[in-house]
Design a protein around this ligand. Structure first.
Ligand code: XMP
Length: 511
């Protein structure tokens, strides 16, 4: 079944993925596409509405992206946001000017004329601005719909043409009624029906996957991470035992994780899941290696060898399932999963598996949608809400050489940190939180004895996409509890430090 679709044309702004997520949260399917999509391509895509995103340019910059004016006479509703708003005005003969001062942050704006966009929104409310240029005269046939004291045309539009522009960013949470405005555009202007729900998605995918894969042999590499877990579960729902999952346990997972993968996917869901228990093999390959890049290379290569050995036992398969998700596909314009995931997680897998085709059932979904699909499929919340975890696992959270003793110390310390974060109700509020075993030992005193043991670092960050991150302001009493518990309960740890560096200049992982 073809869902109603909205086209979000990407003019390079920083919130573009957020716009697409908001539209989807409002139960309307949308795709984020480059802004140079041609009129023919747009027609073929057949959207119920188009959104022009913001962008860093001024319409007067020589190299700023423009649009074919024909896009605005297709009869398809259009909403321009920030740069998109200026671009529509400029293209249709309105006036755009550099404001005397850039405007950033919260502003109060007021509607001056009713329109479908303003339904259910108070006349005056807070919006979030981030611009220098602004529209000073609307094109013929358009009305000014809202303004602020410094931005005369905050919202404008034409009910007849069904084209609107908003100078602020309705997609960010600081715009009080931003979501309502987007909803008004989708439902009040574009005639959306709200047919994009994760329940529908699961039902449709299961039918589609059954048709495509039924009776064929399907293989999936499971890492224990959310994406591959949800992809495998979805395919399992469709084809049952025709799916074989291989879980390469490199012995570098967190405490309890390997057992959890087996108990959830094999015992509870009844998947045909093979665990390749390769912990010893990885440890011996890593012996004496301290360089982080070297560790990554060894783990990547070994992972492939172990997987290959399992795949050989299984023999030729028809399909290989991969947990590629939508941001992997759009961020670089081509399949970024090939870069990130293949490097670090299941790199080079396709070349060692004898298969006919790759299936990527989550290719259209944002991460939060993947999690919702997981819940829809009955996966436990601890699996579905799992924080990002690097493919090479704890090896990059152990500074210096990876040894069995360090692994055990780190696992126990990390487990305590995770437990206390959960007890403090902080799980959903922090992007990632984990322990690191540093390559330093310091003197301590425990009981009446002098100790010389490891320094454990705690790392916790807030982030939206892991590209930048800030250190999480965890309450001191939570940190205190973690520190007390680790030094009391975990052997070989006598000092705890908290990492207060943002990214950049640091990274999230220590490596
Ligand atoms: P850094 O340390 O570069 O990490 O700030 C950014 C994000 O990427 C995660 N990460 C990985 N994820 N395979 C992955 O799937 C990897 O090899 C890998 N290395 C780092 C890291 O945990 C953080 O979320």
């Amino acid at each position: 079944m073809q869902h109603q679709r909205v086209l979000v044309l990407d003019f390079g702004g920083q919130y573009n993925q957020l716009i697409a997520r908001r539209v989807r949260d409002l139960k309307v399917y949308c795709d984020l596409k480059p802004c140079d999509m041609s009129v023919e391509e747009i027609k073929a895509y057949d959207p119920i509405g188009i959104i022009f995103t913001g962008g860093p340019n001024s319409v007067y910059d020589e190299r700023s992206p423009h649009i074919d004016p024909a896009v605005l006479s297709l009869g398809i509703p259009v909403l321009g946001i920030c740069y998109g708003c200026q671009l529509i005005a400029y293209t249709l003969g309105g006036k755009v000017e550099h404001a005397a001062m850039s405007e950033y942050g919260k502003r109060e704006f007021s509607f001056v004329k009713d329109s479908p966009l303003s339904a259910g929104i108070p006349q005056t409310s807070i919006c979030w601005m981030s611009h220098t240029d602004h529209v000073t005269a609307v094109p013929d046939g358009f009305d000014v719909l809202a303004s602020t004291p410094t931005c005369p045309v905050t919202v404008y539009g034409s009910a007849r043409k069904r084209i609107y522009g908003v100078q602020f960013h309705p997609e960010v949470v600081h715009s009080e009624y931003g979501n309502k405005l987007l909803e008004n555009f989708l439902y009040g202007v574009c005639g959306a029906q709200g047919d994009w729900t994760m329940g529908n998605f699961v039902a449709e995918q299961v039918t589609r996957l059954k048709e495509k894969l039924g009776g064929k042999k399907v293989l999936c590499a499971m890492s224990g991470g959310v994406d591959s877990a949800v992809a495998a579960t979805l395919v399992h729902r469709a084809v049952g035992d025709d799916l074989i999952c291989v879980f390469v346990d490199h012995g570098l997972l967190r405490k309890g994780e390997s057992e959890e993968v087996m108990s959830v996917f094999k015992d509870k869901l009844g998947m045909n899941l093979i665990r390749a228990d390769a912990g010893e093999r990885f440890l011996s390959k890593l012996a004496g290696v301290s360089d982080p890049e070297q560790k990554r290379k060894i783990i990547g290569a070994e992972f492939i060898k172990v997987f290959e050995a399992e795949a050989k036992k299984i023999g030729a398969v028809d399909f290989l399932v991969q947990g590629t998700i939508y941001p992997d596909v759009i961020e670089s314009g081509k399949d970024k999963s090939a870069v990130i995931k293949s490097h670090h997680n299941v790199g080079g897998l396709p070349s060692v598996v004898d298969f006919k085709e790759i299936v990527e059932p989550l290719r259209d979904l944002f991460k939060d949608e993947v999690r919702r699909v997981g819940t829809e499929l009955g996966l436990p919340e601890r699996v579905v809400q799992r924080q990002p975890f690097p493919g090479p696992g704890l090896a990059i959270r152990i500074m210096g050489e990876v040894t069995r003793e360090k692994l055990e110390t780190l696992r126990d310390a990390d487990y305590i940190f995770r437990e206390e974060i959960a007890k403090a109700g902080l799980v959903g509020k922090i992007w990632q939180y984990f322990a690191v075993i540093t390559n330093s030992k310091t003197v301590g005193v425990q009981g009446d004895f002098r100790t010389y043991e490891n320094v454990i670092a705690l790392r916790a960050v807030t982030s939206v996409d892991a590209m930048t991150a800030d250190w999480a302001r965890i309450p001191y009493d939570v940190l205190e509890k973690v520190s007390n518990r680790i030094t009391n309960e975990v052997p070989h740890a006598n000092r705890i430090v908290y990492d207060i560096t943002s990214k950049p200049p640091a990274t999230i992982e220590w490596e």
